[in-house]
Design a protein around this ligand. Structure first.
Ligand code: ATP
Ligand code: MG
Length: 335
């Protein structure tokens, strides 16, 4: 089944089964020969850039070309970032922007200039939760515990990232919350409160003493704090049971893929090109800044700072940033 999902100025986007077909449409105001040439060139160039980018960041890897004006690529099921970013809590917005910065760092490292960095050209893929985990998390949410005072630990931080299934949910809580809970529920073995399949701990001894730090530093996923994988890894390495060894491997592989859990896909490399020039990279960032200002104006400054934080991964980031500031100045005194 074919469905038109977007009709831009340059291209028509059709969803056909699980494939996106991006057709570059003719422009009647251009001489036909020239128009054909331009459309062919852009199609080929975008296909190449997508191919290159998809090896280093999340981006759809195109199929081999079968038509000079058409790119086929996998459909990325998710939300256009421009539609959803403003709805998230600021912390999550910043996390997403940091990931964007890290992605830009990676493509710039490979001299890929995106050319149209806006949140409309990014797709956010929410984690796909299996039914079991979804049910567990809903149950946890129903307990209505104060969100800042607890975090999910144990193996569920792996499950939420799709690394493997979990059986129950372990959470660690701050003292204040623990004091409240012990008045309501019995404490078993002097350390754990069990509510259904949810196990609540104040401390994670003998392995980890300071659980408050783990809670404060946790990542919010589906409105719930999850202990970062690096701490899960630490605990599993100390404990090192047979089943931990497997988990250690899974986490290490996952962290190697990029130390973030967000699934931002970059699309639309139609205005992209290859360049080593610092100026081109700075302009890329400048476009993104303008896009944030326009569409995410409430928090654009802290969001852009989060982008730059992620961008620091790029070894030439300082130079690019200096040039970026010059570009800003030029813009200001243009009139
Ligand atoms: N691989 C994909 N997976 C899912 N959605 C896609 C994909 N490629 C494109 N889209 C959707 O189609 C829209 C337009 O695609 P794209 O940005 O590549 O073309 P465009 O001609 O530049 O469009 P526009 O002029 O609106 O920016 C995207 O904003 C996105 O919603
Ligand atoms: Mg676009």
């Amino acid at each position: 089944m074919n469905k038109t999902i977007s009709q831009g100025a340059e291209a028509k986007i059709i969803l056909s089964n699980d494939l996106i077909i991006k057709n570059r449409i003719p422009k009647s105001y251009r001489i036909k020969e020239l128009d054909d040439k331009i459309r062919k060139h852009r199609t080929k160039s975008e296909k190449k850039l997508l191919e290159k980018a998809s090896k280093i960041i999340n981006a759809p890897n195109p199929l081999p070309l079968t038509d000079s004006y058409q790119i086929k690529m996998p459909y990325i099921q998710g939300e256009k970032l421009s539609d959803v970013l403003n709805n998230f809590p600021l912390e999550k917005q910043k996390e997403v922007c940091k990931t964007i910065g890290k992605n830009i760092a990676k493509i710039h490292e490979a001299d890929i200039i995106h050319g149209d960095l806006t949140t409309s050209n990014m797709i956010l893929v929410e984690e796909v939760l299996d039914d079991n985990l979804k049910r567990q998390l809903n149950k946890l949410k129903k307990l209505n515990l104060p969100k800042e005072d607890y975090a999910v630990f144990g193996s569920s931080p792996l499950a939420i990232r799709g690394l493997r299934e979990n059986h129950d949910i372990d959470i660690i809580v701050k003292q204040k919350l623990w004091d409240k809970l012990v008045k309501k529920y019995p404490v078993e073995e002097d350390k754990v409160i069990k509510i259904d399949f949810i196990e609540i701990y104040r401390s994670w001894l003998p392995w980890i003493k300071d659980t408050d730090n783990l809670i404060d530093d946790a990542e919010i996923i589906h409105e719930i704090k999850f202990v970062k994988l690096k701490y899960v890894l630490l605990w599993k390495k100390i404990h090192n049971r047979e089943k931990d060894k497997k988990d250690i491997e899974l986490i290490e592989q996952y962290l190697k893929r990029g130390d973030n859990n967000s699934q931002i896909f970059f699309i639309d490399f139609g205005l992209g090109f290859i360049s080593k020039k610092i100026e081109d990279k700075a302009v890329d960032l400048h476009l993104l800044k303008q896009a944030l200002e326009a569409k995410h104006f409430k928090n654009w400054e802290s969001l852009f700072n989060a982008v730059l934080e992620g961008y620091k991964d790029y070894k030439e980031s300082k130079k690019v940033l200096e040039r970026f500031k010059e570009i800003e100045k030029r813009g200001r005194y243009k009139f």
